[in-house]
Design a protein around this ligand. Structure first.
Ligand code: NI
Length: 254
């Protein structure tokens, strides 16, 4: 399969320390032509920029994940504004709310999410949204910022998918779509038009079946494309082509 766009990867993660260079150099020959590496805090955002400078097919997003929201000093937005001036920074993310782990107090999560949504609007950049067990509050903030972005690693219902569509956002699907308990996400994928779907790994996490639990990377995305192809009644290559074009359009990448 050729022309795969992985819209959500974390190749700065230490799980890639042993073989990062060899793995990334092998991407083009494995059909992976574009990767958006996603920041989770100030350090990983800078590391994402560093990777984007080293590899022509890597682009990046900078932002603070809800887990890290409580770590932000009063100057963090200023630093992201400077980082976003880099030509390979194509989005603000990942940002959002996570009430499953609650690693940061919810009021701080909401404040940091809202501030970064405002920054994305100011810079005219799309957003990469992380949402876990925080759907009503997430939708409330998205409604105040109608615009471009993707709700990543989607596991919500078909009804929620329709709501996200109405707000103008895209939906990202990864390895979880191949898990045995994925019935709800499969229903959501069925109602979403193909032009609003992105492929993503969230690597090193979320490896698709039959690799579940192992380290994930972008070369496993054909397994997710195959699952989407079955749902949509098209070929996996058609899924790869459509999702690449969607991601290129959303993130302004040629
Ligand atoms: Ni992620």
């Amino acid at each position: 399969m050729q022309g795969i766009f992985d819209s959500h990867a974390h190749y700065d993660d230490k799980k890639f320390d042993g073989d990062r260079g060899a793995l990334l150099r092998s991407m083009p020959e494995n059909g992976v032509c574009r990767i958006l590496n996603i920041g989770c805090d100030l350090t990983s955002s800078q590391q994402s920029i560093d990777l984007a400078e080293q590899y022509d097919f890597i682009y990046c997003a900078v932002g603070t994940h809800p887990h890290e929201a409580k770590m932000m000093s009063r100057f963090y937005l200023e630093i992201y504004r400077e980082m976003a001036a880099h030509p390979k920074v194509k989005a603000i993310g990942e940002i959002g709310l996570d009430y499953h782990y609650d690693f940061s107090p919810r009021d701080i999560q909401k404040k940091v999410f809202d501030e970064q949504m405002a920054l994305a609007r100011e810079l005219s950049l799309p957003v990469v949204i992380h949402e876990r067990e925080a759907l009503p509050d997430t939708l409330e903030i998205l409604k105040r910022y109608p615009g471009a972005g993707v709700v990543h690693c989607f596991s919500g219902s078909a009804e929620t998918a329709r709501e996200i569509l109405r707000l103008g956002y895209h939906v990202g699907f990864g390895g979880a779509l191949t898990f045995k308990n994925a019935r709800r996400a499969l229903e959501a994928a069925a109602v979403l038009p193909l032009e609003r779907i992105l492929l993503e790994t969230d690597c090193p996490y979320m490896a698709p079946e039959p690799h579940r639990g192992k380290r994930n990377d972008s070369t496993l995305l054909p397994l997710v494309a195959q699952k989407l192809a079955e749902i949509k009644g098209i070929t996996a290559q058609e899924v790869v082509d459509a999702t690449r074009e969607n991601a290129c359009r959303l993130f302004g990448i040629a």
